[in-house]
Ligand binder design. Sequence first.
Ligand code: GDD
Ligand code: MN
Length: 363
Amino acid sequence: MIQAAAALAAAHFAAPLAYYLYAKRWLRRPWDVEARDGYTPYITIIVPTYNEAPLIEAKLDDIARQDYPPDKLQIIVVDSASTDGTPEKAERWARQRRAPLEVLREPQRNGKAHALNLALRHARGDIVVITDADSHWPDPQTLRRAARWLSDPTIGAVTCLKRPAGRRGVEATYRDYYNVLRLAESKMWATPIFHGELAAFRKELLEKIGGFPAHLGADDSHTAVLIAASGYRAIAAEDLHCVELVPKQYWRWRVRRAQHLVQHFAASLRLKTPRRFKLPLYAEAYLHLVNPWLLPGAAASLAASGGLPALALLGAGLAALLYKPYRAWVAMQLYLMAGAVRNLWTRDLAWRKEEKTATASRR
Ligand code: GDD
Ligand code: MN
């Protein structure tokens, strides 16, 4: 039993470590893209909202700070039956600023992707940029930079690297590790994880894949994977940064996001994909769907084998939780398992609004 536990634990930690070390080698490689400076296609920015009244004006101000030709920018807020006056606030912002803004309203809430598809039908841009209301882009050149990457005909989608607002904590530790993987995977071919804080897509490709996938929660990542599966690169770029607010109910938020990632990877396994995309896709699918379960498997076999050495090992595993990176890792595994289980009774496509404050997180 103790050998079985050791094997499970070794496999659990070795697989992500090996992938991470392999990925790091890719970081040094060139991008292999031909991007054109000064490329300014027509862009449609879509902000999906559900009860974002405290944040919507700051979000629109942030977009307005972008250095991009105004005549090449369409901004759409698509709201799904908010009860806190979000669309009215957006309209007032547009009147006061005399800024062209289209506010679309869904009479009923059917989830974010459903709303994005409504907005997509109104989009005139060659490029469609999705951005969540609770995020911002620190650099005014963000749109220009995103457009520059998309000037390469092999790139179909681009996303940002993200960091949490506020002081550094577990969430930030987790982000450092993940951003390395996102960049490395992007250099391999495409990353299967995109961010709703900034996800830019070529519109013709969105239309080709039939719009945003409304049957699962991680619309941002799954759209990127569908585009990568159709033969285009979907990348996270090193010069695109976004900041997101971390809600107070951290644990519930993480479980829901994990739940959506599980839905996304399970669906991605059914796709036929280009050769260069197989490694990042299958590695991430394994890390999200299978690898977490080896950890309780190891703990259970230790507990079952009883005896002093086994219990001492179990105790050491628990004591190591005092070490922050290890704790962040274990927490992530728990979120993924909780998410997989929760998927058995709900897909949570119209999720509970979490409370976030503009000054952000305590974590
Ligand atoms: N129109 C509309 N309709 N917008 C919605 C709905 C809806 O039913 N539900 C959520 N939104 C909006 C929110 O107002 C926000 O602007 C954005 O979608 C993201 O929602 P958050 O509540 O901030 O969720 P998050 O920060 O955890 O979202 C992340 O994970 C999601 C998947 O779990 C982001 O990466 C999202 O892009 C991703 O879809
Ligand atoms: Mn958010």
